[in-house]
Design a protein around this ligand. Sequence first.
Ligand code: PHB
Length: 355
Amino acid sequence: MPDLFTPLQVGALTLPNRILMAPLTRCRADADHVPSAIMAEHYAQRASGGLIIAEATMAMEGNSSFWMEPGIYSDAQVKGWKAVTDAVHAKGGRIFLQIWHGGRACHPLLNGGAQPVAPSALPIVGDEVHTPEGKKPYVTPRELRDDEIPGIIAGFKKAAENAKAAGFDGVEVHGANGYLLDEFLRDGANKRTDPYGGPIENRARLLLEVTAAVCEVWGSDRVGVRISPLNSYNSMIDSDPVGLTTYVATKLSELKIAYLHLMRADFFQAQSGDVVTPARAAFKGVLITNMGYTAEEATKAIADGIVDAIAFGTSFLANPDLPARIKAGAPLNAPNPATFYSPGPVGYTDYPTMS
Ligand code: PHB
């Protein structure tokens, strides 16, 4: 029976273990969205993960949803990321880049005053975004025009090309957590009446077109996609998360992507249900799940054949040597949420390894 330490073929890559590092927004780039030297150190410290999926990174200029988040659209950003991928590879690791568009989570104060775009003019409510002028409520986005959609797809494709130039091993398309592609997927945020709105076959169109474009750059065996059909974060809801999961997983399976990365639950536990079973049934490639797994539960899910690998988020942040700790049955450092988004090395590169 496979366990967390059984090697796994993921598309073109052979992973030495199934303990993956989930993408984690940590806001340690600079104001021009250029990755910093401590980012290279941070990721290299975690190179023993089966695969690092680096944090959500702006595919295109002008759609920042986090202050100091990285981008992959300028030469300086590509150079900054090259230092990251070189550092990870020098430690024997593998690293994908997660590429995104923040959609309605973008804020004018982060984007030169520009109003964010989304499938429909519906804002995120009940939460605030961190800007250079402090915490601000989200604003109402502008509905994306049909004639702007090809530019979004082209932007993701260009980001995929840039990720290649930066030395990544592949890319993950961010279709989760209430950002642009997820806003199209879920009917609580997408009220369009054009070919990109209405039934799930239409709402999934943008994610599938973006993924196909990215596969043209990388080959499908170096592309993953992340979705979160149950997550209510960013005011997201859908009337049929299981139907959405089944349709998207079926279509991504046809594209033969390397993996589907499924967030199994809701950050806020407001929505519940089982999306893992329908994803497993519909998707023929590698299934990665994430959110709140202990090593014991992860081991059992893999042994039972429910999933192939698990992505660990905050536990990988707090434990740079997570695979070694799990193998040794050693205690884990606790993550410190106060330093998740703070600048500098504290809570970023100073979590200790086992003594
Ligand atoms: C977050 O930092 O809150 C965050 C960022 C990207 C995600 C989800 C959550 O996909």
